[in-house]
Write a protein that binds this ligand. Structure first.
Ligand SMILES: C[S@@+](CC[C@H](N)C(=O)[O-])C[C@H]1O[C@@H](n2cnc3c(N)ncnc32)[C@H](O)[C@@H]1O
Length: 81
């Protein structure tokens, strides 16, 4: 069994993992609207996703904010999918 810790922005760290080399990624993201961790904000692209099966897709505009400090829950969720 091989363990490796990645320290950095979650998106950069996930991109650094070679495909088909891990079975599980364990995350503990910020809660929505709870805490400012003092990290630099992220440039999020426009995201279109369906909040749940059977629900029409929604489009969240691009934004610059820290994860957890989005303006609304649907934007927060879009940065988790
Ligand atoms: C809910 S806390 C995790 C708590 C941790 N599991 C514990 O048991 O202490 C969320 C963590 O996510 C980190 N974080 C916030 N935005 C991040 C990002 N874009 N990339 C990586 N880590 C981030 C924060 O610094 C914070 O430590």
């Amino acid at each position: 069994m091989h363990h490796k810790f990645y320290l950095g922005h979650v998106i950069d760290c996930l991109k650094a993992i070679k495909s088909d080399t891990v079975q599980t990624v364990v995350t503990s993201p910020p809660y929505f609207g709870l805490r400012d961790y003092g990290l630099p904000p992220t440039e999020w692209p426009e995201i279109t996703y369906s909040p749940m099966a059977g629900v029409p897709s929604i489009t969240i505009p691009s934004m610059v904010c820290c994860h957890g400090l989005e303006p609304d829950p649907l934007s927060f969720i879009s940065h988790e999918v």
